[in-house]
Design a protein around this ligand. Sequence first.
Ligand SMILES: Cc1ncc(COP(=O)(O)O)c(C=O)c1O
Length: 394
Amino acid sequence: MSSGGRPALAHSAESVAYSRIRELAEEAMSMDGVLRLYFGESDIPTPAFIKDAAARALADGFTFYSQNAGLPSLRAALAALYERLHGVELDPAGEIVITASGTEAIHLAVRCMIDPGDEALILTPAWPNGSAIVALANGVPREIAQPLVGDRYTIDFQALEAALTPRTRLLAYTSPSNPLGWVATEDDQERLLELCRAHGLWLLADEVYERLWYGRSPGEPAPSILRKATRDDRVTVVQSFSKAYSMTGWRIGWLVARRDLGVKAAQLNEYVVSHAASFTQKAAETALSAGEPWLQEMVETLRDRRDLCLDALRSMSRVVVPVPDGAFYLFPRIEGMRDSFAFCRRLLHEQRVGIAPGVAFGAGGEGSVRLCYAAERATLEAALERLDAFLRAG
Ligand SMILES: Cc1ncc(COP(=O)(O)O)c(C=O)c1O
């Protein structure tokens, strides 16, 4: 509805399309007997020791406002974690901001980087929220597809250079990637950093799947960009407790940033949610201090499930599936499939299997589908059998 020729809703809001993962999932949720692999969430519940810590924090009175940047004790624990995992020194007073989710961390970072009309280069296929958040800030997302070369996704540095304009302010990538499972190599990280240095861009690394890495021993993190960056680099890292500790519903994450952005993001937090819930922050401290053995076990479980799915997909005709090194997704390419949304919809109705269409993940996503393998083995086995039958039926 418009008044005086002006649309009722802001252009920035209108420009954000409905998530195509959601579109399919909403349809699936009205159906019975669906094997649900469309969302990026594990079926493993938050461990009891974290839930108990939240209950204790409530009893102990963590029910009041906290600092905009989050509880100093949690920031100190995160600084210690970076020291231990990556040998990186961070100042909890200015370089770490606790946020009410990884999603909120992206919002705060983008707000600090993008003015209306500024452009952001975003490596895709990617979780669609990055592009949407840039658009909501009245910025212009420019999606740059990661090509599949042989059986590995890569970065098209030529395409990145070609997409630069005087308005480009930000380059965003996700490693380990949702939906690709791709993990940036050290060489990738160095080249991304160099490109940002050369053109005065912010580099936003979404590392929410950092702990779900199958590179070395379970629980060892995928190398963070912070190992390469100096304190003066325009670098921010988005992080979350959602994936590593099965805490999706808790809404807690953090942002690591160069001091100027970190201080500003903490200040802006006042106008978004003020701070993440205080008792949740205390529970997050316990996740960090006591979560390692649990986390390692989860990564082993996920690796088994990944391998189970890889074996099954590899035996199917028309399917090409790169081996993912991290996160909990497979992104098989289906030969001959031109419309991934229509494909997933038919699969849903004919076989009651819910997966996400590749088109939902932006440039480069069409032609593939995303399957989240963080579900029970029995669910995965049944879903893969049905997918096989569906493909055979043509
Ligand atoms: C790549 C990526 N970044 C960030 C998030 C946000 O996580 P949360 O908002 O639950 O912390 C997700 C969730 O799916 C994700 O896949």
